[in-house]
Design a protein around this ligand. Structure first.
Ligand code: HEM
Length: 454
């Protein structure tokens, strides 16, 4: 007989979902997990939306879940999620199909290619900021960052530059996000149904763009490296077959989903931190002002370059430390494709496993004084962090392929914000809440004005 992990599967179907979501909303998701770790140990069972789930906390557990091959664990999401995200998106693929789509995405997202987009990133960030403060002297950072990261992804990843098209996509993706965090009940007007409708609109809006690209690719007007949609369209499978339109639509959608809120959260959290920690702010400002001064002295190129990004070491350490204490992605699901076991417990085929980023990020044997905000942990001279201990971007086969993109975007935006503007928080006591994902509770309004150059 099986030795299942301890824990409670809760009420049938709804399981412990409600109690978890309630804790999560109050930014007590980590406490909810800790309570159960204290009671049952670092491996325990629960039930999420009707699926039995084993939650595993710790470095060895992270390695077991994230480091396993996709023969043991799949990234497939339950039907209620894949209905919204598309059944051919990269998380639903495995084997050669997965590798094919990932290669196309990586050909665009690897640092060697992204270097060429720093200038464009800078232009987009600068125009958005200037446009926003032209209209008002108080801006809501959360909303601003959501619009910015979406606009940057549309422009750079997909070469979609038309404002009206971007805005229409943006509206529908926000509806889709709400649906992903809602109960999957279908009735007119429910968040879930609205999500399904938004998904259909996204697809209908992308198809004509995609067909035009296809034509331009075939006539040679467009190169297959122009953008990620073109990279995907140029793909050939094992038998030289092209990838279907549905596959392109689904992977376009998943890249916008994966890149948009995650980066907006990171940027909002960094601005939140900088606007209430004078010491950290001063060090970031100094690093960024030095870079600005060097640029102005050299007067070669108006925009930031790849070399400048590499100099922003301390600023990136601040972002890394922010993601240690408040990881934008709370944890990661996998589905067991076969019976397996860990730490003496059996995990039956079909069950879900879940790793929690917080678990290891707050372990005092890995990060001394874990409650202290200390960017120097990520300094080269500090004690190295063991593999699978720091996982804001995941780990193993499915680790984030957009981390460089997120880094360039974050650093460019912070550079502009601190060197070109002066700002202060409207609510100095504003806290972080987590409805589904961690954001400042009031949307982080700041008073902002152009910096007077001295
Ligand atoms: C701060 C920003 C970001 C965070 C915190 C983040 C976090 C993550 C995490 C935790 C995973 C692993 C998921 C898993 O194991 O199931 C992941 C995977 C992924 N991310 Fe990101 N991400 C960020 C930005 C981006 C961006 C900007 C893009 C695209 C441009 C992107 C595209 C992807 C893709 C395609 C995967 C799946 C990789 C695979 O399955 O092989 N992410 N991300």
């Amino acid at each position: 007989s099986k030795n299942l992990p301890k824990g409670s599967l809760g009420f049938p179907l709804i399981g412990e979902t409600i109690s978890f979501l309630r804790a999560h909303k109050k930014e007590q998701g980590a406490e909810w997990i800790n309570e159960r770790v204290a009671k049952y140990g670092p491996i325990f069972k629960t039930s999420v939306m009707g699926t039995p789930t084993v939650i595993i906390v710790g470095v060895a557990g992270n390695k077991f879940v994230l480091g396993s091959s996709d023969v043991v664990f799949a990234t497939n999401r339950p039907k209620r999620i894949s209905a919204l995200q598309g059944k051919y998106n990269i998380f639903e693929l495995s084997g050669s199909r997965y590798r094919l789509v990932k290669r196309a995405m990586l050909s665009f997202l690897q640092p060697e290619s992204l270097q060429n987009y720093v200038k464009r990133m800078d232009e987009l960030v600068t125009t958005s900021l200037l446009k926003e403060i032209k209209q008002k002297d108080t801006i809501k950072i959360v909303n601003f960052m959501q619009k910015l990261t979406f606009s940057v992804a549309c422009d750079i990843l997909f070469d979609i530059k038309d404002e009206a098209t971007k805005e229409a996509f943006f509206g529908d993706f926000r509806i889709l996000f709400k649906a992903l965090g809602s109960f999957p009940i279908k009735f007119p007007g429910s968040a879930y149904s609205r999500g399904l409708e938004a998904r259909a609109r996204i697809s209908n809006r992308l198809l004509p763009i995609l067909r035009k690209r296809k034509e331009e690719l075939s006539t040679g007007v467009l190169s297959s490296t122009n953008d990620v949609v073109s990279c995907l369209l140029a793909l050939k499978g094992e038998n030289e077959e092209s990838i279907s339109e549905a596959e392109v639509v689904d992977n376009f959608s998943i890249l916008l989903i994966a890149s948009h809120d995650t980066t907006a959260i990171l940027l909002s959290l960094v601005v939140w931190k900088l606007s209430r920690d004078k010491q950290i702010y001063t060090k970031v400002l100094q690093e960024q002002m030095d870079i600005l001064r060097d640029r102005e002295a050299a007067t070669i190129e108006e925009n930031l370059t790849w070399v400048d990004i590499q100099k922003m070491k301390y600023t990136w350490q601040v972002a890394q430390e922010m993601m240690r204490m408040i990881p934008p992605v709370f944890g990661t699901f996998r589905k067991a494709l076969e019976d397996t076991n860990f730490g003496g417990y059996d995990i039956p085929k079909g069950w879900q496993v879940f790793t929690v980023a917080h678990g290891t990020h707050m372990e005092k044997d890995i990060f001394s004084s874990p409650m202290e905000f200390d960017p120097s942990r990520f300094d080269k001279s500090s004690k190295p962090i063991p593999p699978y201990a720091y996982i804001p971007f995941g780990a193993g086969l499915h680790s984030c392929i957009g981390n460089e993109f997120a880094r360039i975007e974050t650093l460019t935006t912070i550079h502009k914000l601190v060197t070109k503007f002066e700002w202060s928080p409207v609510y100095p006591d504003e806290t972080i809440t987590r409805k589904a994902v961690p954001y400042p509770s009031m949307g982080l309004p700041i008073k902002i004005k152009p910096r007077i150059q001295t």
